[in-house]
Design a protein around this ligand. Structure first.
Ligand SMILES: [Zn+2]
Length: 108
């Protein structure tokens, strides 16, 4: 019974912390987390994929929010950011390597 942490302000019944409404009197206990629009999600994922370091901050912000959807969106954004960062780092490394070998070809 560790889930019962709150007391309804109207009827003083114990309520589960994950409830948005009091099951006893229907009192609105807290704001339901707003659903994240598809457009916002797509924007976040595009940001994460094309501008890797910038996706990390909104990702963490969403992960810290309440609600399953926000946590999912945050996790996906962070994962995409990490994958994209690895690809970008790898590409730069490869580019640098090929530049170095070209330089060696010129020097020697
Ligand atoms: Zn109540």
């Amino acid at each position: 019974m560790d889930n019962i942490e709150e007391i309804c302000s109207i009827c003083h019944q114990p309520v589960l912390t994950e409830f948005y409404f009091c099951p006893n009197c229907g009192n609105n206990l807290r704001e339901r987390p707003k659903p994240i629009s598809i457009l916002t999600q797509i924007g976040l994922y595009i940001l994460a994929i094309f501008l890797p370091p910038l996706g990390l901050w909104p990702g963490i912000k969403y992960l810290a929010k309440k609600g399953k959807q926000a946590k999912w969106v945050g996790s996906i954004t962070i994962v995409l950011t990490l994958i994209s960062s690895v690809i970008v780092t790898w590409s730069i490394f490869n580019l640098f390597n090929s530049y170095l070998s070209q330089l060696e070809g010129v020097l020697y």
